[in-house]
Design a protein. Sequence first.
Length: 132
Amino acid sequence: MGGGEIAWINGYDDSRININAGDISWLKVYEDSVTNISFVDDLSWLLLNDDAKVNIYGTDFSYANGHLAGTWANGSNFSFWALNQTTLNSGNINDIFPDTITLHSVSVPEPSSVALFMICFAELLCRKTQRS
């Protein structure tokens, strides 16, 4: 998924889901499915069942009372519910992080680095234009 707005995504069996943009209300993964999330504009719920695996790429992760928060590689912040389906059904939401979610730390460019890059790029572009 590279964009759009989707109410539900369900991953079953050996399905592979790759998400790098878009709005998703519910993402439910089952059995041996694997989901990779590098960026989501908005995600409300991530529910895991059985042996489903989820890889999340970002930085500054925190988890409390069933809520996962952090920063995507593009610098956008995120926060969504991330629970095992059995935990949700029990009503006993706690600070136990689902063991089938793997958090992968990636570097997030600092705003000053991005600004410096843009200034250098603009300068090079101006010099090339002046030579023409």
